[in-house]
Design a protein around this ligand. Structure first.
Ligand code: CAA
Length: 380
C-alpha cells in the first residue's frame, strides 16, 4: 500500500490550488451575493483541462485518473463551490457518461467542446415528483419511429441555463417501469425546449439552477444513449461516479473552512493569548483535522476503486455520506471559531457553511446514500 501521491498528482493539485487562489478567490463573495455565474472563470477552467479531466485526449480531454479529479475538486471547492459544482456535473455526469456509454458519433460530436469548456453540459434526472425516487419519471420520450417526442418538466438542474448539451432521463414505456426509461441528448434551442427562471438558493449561489420544460420536443433517435431501456442504469452508473465528485466537493468545502479557522485562531487574541491556545478552540481544530483526513481517505478510496475498475457504488456512497456530514460540521465550527467575524461575508466561512448543505442533498441525499450502503452490506 502506498499513500504517496505521484509527481503528476502533486502537480495537478498545485495547478488547481494556484488557479483557485488567482482566478476564483477574487470576486467569489460578490458572485455569491449577486448569484452571478463564474462565466470567465469556467472558460479558463475549460482551457486548463479541468472540465474534461477524465476524457480521453482523442476527444479533447485531459486523460487523467479519478484521483487527479478528486485532488482538483478539493482545491477548487476550498475557494468556490459554485465553480466546482459546474466542474463536477460536467466531468462526472456528462463527459464521463457520454464517454463510457455514448456511441462513437455522440462522443465525436459532443465531447471535444464539453471537455474543453466551449460548451457546458447538464444532467436532467430530478423532477417535481421524482427526486430521490428516481424510477418515478413523469417526463416521457415517446418513440415516434425516427425520433422521440419529449414532454415533461425537470427540476433543480445545475447548469440549467448555461449548458448547451442536456442529458435528459425520460420514460419511453411506462409498462416496463425503470426498464422502459431512456437517456437522450437534448440540445439547447430545440423547438419546444424552455428554460425556467433561476432558483434563488441558500448556497452555491454562483451556479445556475433552473427548471426545464419540454413540450413536444422532437429529439432524433440517434441521440439516445445506449440500448432502448438503458436510461435508468445509465443514470445510476453515472451518479455513482458523480457521488465521488460531490464527496470531493464536500471535502474541499470542509478543508477550506478548516484552513481559514486554523489561520484565524492563530491571529485572533482573547483573554491575553491567541485563541488557538485555548483548549476549547484547539480541540475543535483537532476534531476538524481528524474528520477531514478520514473524509479524504474515503474519497481517495472511492476514486482508487474506480480507477482500478472495481465496483465503487459502496465506496462512493460512503465517501459522499461522510464527507458531506464533515463539510456541515466543520463549516459550522469554523463559523463558531471566527465568532462575530464568522457571521460576516468577508471572512468566507459563512458562505462555506451555506454551500456545505447542498452536498447532503444533491446527487442523492444522505438518506439515499444510506440506502445504497445498507443494501450493499446486507447483500453480502
Ligand atoms: N448501477 C447499476 N444499476 C443500478 C444501480 C447502480 N449503481 N443502482 C440501481 N441499479 C439498478 C438495479 O439493479 C435495478 O435494476 P434491475 O431491476 O434490473 O435489477 C434498478 O436499477 C432499480 O433499482 P432499485 O430497485 O434499487 O431502485 P429503487 O427505486 O429502490 O432506487 C435508489 C434506488 C438508489 C434509491 C435510486 O433511485 C437513487 O439513486 N435515487 C437518488 C437519485 C439521485 O441521486 N438524484 C440526484 C439527481 S442528479 C443531481 O443532483 C445532479 C446535480 O444537479 C448536481
Amino acid at each position: 500500500m502506498n499513500f504517496n501521491l505521484s509527481e503528476e498528482h502533486l502537480m495537478i493539485q498545485q495547478a488547481a490550488r494556484d488557479f483557485a487562489q488567482a482566478e476564483l478567490l477574487p470576486g467569489v463573495i460578490e458572485r455569491d451575493e449577486k448569484q452571478q455565474f463564474p462565466t470567465e472563470q469556467i472558460r479558463k477552467m475549460g482551457e486548463l483541462g479541468f472540465l474534461g479531466m477524465m476524457v480521453d485526449p482523442k476527444y479533447g480531454g485531459s486523460g487523467l485518473d479519478t484521483i487527479s479529479y478528486v485532488l482538483a475538486m478539493e482545491e477548487i471547492s476550498k475557494i468556490d463551490a459554485s465553480a466546482s459544482v459546474v466542474m463536477s456535473v460536467n466531468n462526472s455526469l456528462v463527459c464521463w457518461g457520454l464517454q463510457t456509454f455514448g456511441s462513437e458519433e455522440q462522443k465525436q460530436k459532443y465531447l471535444p467542446k464539453l471537455a474543453t469548456g466551449q460548451e457546458i453540459g447538464a444532467f436532467c434526472l430530478s423532477e417535481p415528483e421524482a427526486g430521490s425516487d428516481a424510477t418515478s419519471q413523469r417526463t416521457t420520450a415517446i418513440d415516434m419511429g425516427d425520433h422521440y417526442l419529449l414532454n415533461g418538466t425537470k427540476n433543480w438542474i445545475t447548469n440549467g441555463s448555461t449548458a448547451s448539451v442536456y442529458i435528459v432521463i425520460a420514460q419511453t414505456d411506462v409498462d416496463k417501469k425503470h426498464k422502459g426509461i431512456n437517456a437522450i441528448i437534448v440540445e439547447k434551442g430545440m423547438p419546444g425546449f424552455e428554460i425556467g427562471p433561476k432558483e434563488q438558493k441558500l448556497g452555491i449561489r454562483g451556479s445556475d439552477t433552473h427548471s426545464l420544460m419540454f413540450t413536444d420536443v422532437k429529439v432524433p433517435k440517434e441521440n439516445r444513449i445506449g440500448e432502448d431501456g438503458f436510461g435508468f442504469t445509465f443514470a445510476m452508473k453515472t451518479l455513482a461516479g458523480g457521488r465521488i465528485g460531490i464527496a470531493s466537493q464536500a471535502l474541499g468545502i470542509a478543508s477550506g473552512a478548516y484552513e481559514l479557522a486554523l489561520k484565524y485562531s492563530k491571529e485572533r487574541k482573547a483573554f491575553g493569548k491567541e485563541i488557538s491556545s485555548h483548549q476549547a478552540i484547539a480541540f475543535k481544530l483537532a476534531d476538524m483535522a481528524v474528520e477531514i483526513e478520514a473524509a479524504r481517505h474515503l474519497c481517495m478510496k472511492a476514486a482508487w476503486d474506480k480507477d482500478q475498475h472495481k465496483n465503487y457504488d459502496l465506496s462512493g456512497a460512503m465517501a459522499k455520506l461522510y464527507a458531506s456530514q464533515v463539510a456541515m460540521d466543520t463549516t459550522i465550527e469554523a463559523v463558531q471559531i471566527h465568532g462575530g467575524n464568522g457571521y460576516v461575508k468577508e471572512y468566507h466561512v459563512e458562505r462555506l457553511m451555506r454551500d456545505a448543505k447542498i452536498t447532503q442533498i444533491y446527487e442523492g441525499t444522505s438518506e439515499i446514500q444510506k440506502i445504497v450502503i445498507s443494501r450493499s452490506i446486507l447483500s453480502k
